[in-house]
Design a protein around this ligand. Sequence first.
Ligand code: HSE
Length: 306
Amino acid sequence: MKSVNVYIPGTVSNVGSGFDVMGFAMGGVGEKMRVSLIDGNEIRLVDESGYNLPMVAASNTGAVALQSFRKALNITQGFEIVFETKIKPGSGLGSSASSAVGAVFGANELMGSPFTRKELIYFAMDGEEVASGSRHADNVAPAMLGSFVLIRSLNPFDVVQIPAPESLFCTVVHPQIEVKTSEARSLLPKQIPLKDAIQQWGNTAALIAGLYQSDFGLIGRSMTDLVAVPVRCRFIPNYELAVERAMAAGAIGFSISGSGPSMFAFSDSLETAQKVADAVAEVFTAQGIERQSYVGRIDPTGVKLQ
Ligand code: HSE
């Protein structure tokens, strides 16, 4: 059986002010899968992750993405996907995107690389849509390309990779409360006042400039989001206190990772990133809420063969 082993990094989407248009790949947190060519036309799913993943092809993000890859190539080649380790589903680190990205990246390698990484994002988005109920690329694109990615447009498809400052570290804290992406999206305002829109695109543009210039002050003050965070922070008990504690511990900036409930912070050293993790974790421990923390650099590469 011809197989490839694939590693896919976790991702943080939105990055504060870049709602639905920005995300980055996180170093040190990822998952592994094995993709194989098999006889017949089945997409066979094997879950070794221990997370009870959806094993019906129509609701598994990897299988849906792979199906759209096959359709584009007009092939019925059978594949097996073995989910060896998974980023915890619902952790806010793009677990559903990772499965979709890994499946199409692995299949593309096995078929002799008919598509570029950027082209593969399109198929991965079909998988992501199954999990989140909407079509967005701010997790799948950074998982595929690495570093920060800006999604300028979905149609026509136009994504831009943005360099990450070398000494930028990230903390992610995941409190064990459930927030469904589809619900977190349905509560968002359909319209925003012009003055908020002006502030928002000022922030998003400045965030990009801050990343290019490694200007940590600019990055931090540009992360403020006026679209999703004001609504979604209500789902996270004591969110404001978590912000306060993270900033007091030395964070550059703080926001919600994707639709939550995970939160992330940037710091300028590993030591500070760890202090921020401890300070934010304590806010949830004190409320009797279990949490997990992750600390790492930005992943520069995205999905890769192992
Ligand atoms: N940009 C999306 C959202 C990411 O915030 O709804 C969801 O994972």
